[in-house]
Design a protein around this ligand. Structure first.
Ligand code: CP
Length: 299
């Protein structure tokens, strides 16, 4: 693997290979890179806790040298572009750059460069894609059910602005899951119809195997809307009452950060059916698998 930019670019074998390897790492497997020293840098131009810090843990578990980068104290503040920032990291000898940036497809100009040598891992591009979150979500679902074929998965909430939803709908459909959507009509786009079916939340709750809630992404809205947390919760949230109508084996997922009592009732976040904490933990192991796959390609 040279880069990881979208999940769509991976074939099914590669996806399943990464999930299984993530599970092996979680079970205690170890891998030592062939070269003495590999440098990895995490370049986050949008805020992050889970993706940034789980990459850092994954890198340290693999014994990689992590080069600290903080956009707020870097030459980005002097007007340096993303391209020139990554060009610099590559020139310094960074082997892998994990990048989160607000621009969709920011990576295109980087991978077309003949001078930039480092691998790029997309840690989220605006409302575009979040491939590593998708892989950790797939790992979490696979751990639970052992397959994807025929599983009913509801993706609920601010779908238009969610890069997680876009990566997940594409890959879940390809792996044979039945995908359903719900949430505010204004945050749903007809183009998603090729991946699943839009239905009312109350119809979906008793039917699905996976109830995946999405964060309301106020930072990507135009700021003009009036928004009531209570109204949203009652109409589109997993309330305590809706939670009681889930199938006993159904699982609750959310990429987090969670707006408690908005997308999901506070008490359901750490409930028995919730896998939100497992998702965070799995993030470390799937990212170890991704980094290993990239660095193996360099040896
Ligand atoms: N799920 C996710 O991407 O979380 P962070 O924004 O904290 O990385």
């Amino acid at each position: 693997l040279k880069h990881l930019l979208t999940v769509e670019a991976l074939n099914d074998q590669e996806v399943m290979g990464l999930i299984r390897r993530g599970q092996q790492f979680k079970n205690g497997a170890r891998w030592t890179p062939h070269k003495d020293q590999y440098f990895v840098s995490n370049l986050f131009f949008e805020n992050s806790t889970r993706t940034h810090k789980s990459f850092e843990v994954a890198e340290k578990k693999l014994g990689l040298d992590v080069i600290d980068f903080d956009a707020k104290t870097s030459s980005v503040q002097k007007g340096e572009t993303l391209y020139d920032t990554v060009l610099t990291m590559s020139a310094l000898g960074v082997d892998v750059a994990v990048i989160r940036h607000g621009d969709e497809h920011y990576y295109e100009e980087l991978i077309q460069s003949k001078t930039i040598q480092c691998s790029i891992v997309n840690g989220g591009d605006g409302s575009g894609q979040h491939p590593t979150q998708c892989l950790l979500d797939l790992m979490t679902i696979y751990q639970e059910f052992g397959h994807f074929n025929g599983l009913k998965v509801a993706i609920v909430g601010d779908i238009t602005h969610s890069r997680v939803a876009k990566s997940n709908m594409q890959m879940l459909k390809r792996l044979g899951a039945q995908v359903y959507f719900s949430g505010p009509a204004e945050w749903y786009d007809k183009s998603f119809d090729v991946y699943g079916t839009y239905r009312s939340l109350d119809e979906l709750v008793p039917e699905v195997d996976v109830m995946m809630l999405l964060r309301v992404q106020h930072e990507r809205h135009d700021g003009q809307e009036s928004f009531s947390k209570i109204e949203y919760h009652n109409q589109y949230g997993l309330t305590i009452e809706r939670g009681q109508h889930l199938k006993p084996q159904a699982i609750i997922m959310h990429p987090a950060p969670v707006n408690r009592d908005v997308e999901i009732a506070d008490s359901l976040v750490e409930s028995l059916q919730s896998r939100i904490i497992s998702q965070m933990t799995n993030g470390v192991y799937i990212r170890m698998a991704i980094l290993e796959a990239i660095l193996r390609g360099k040896s």
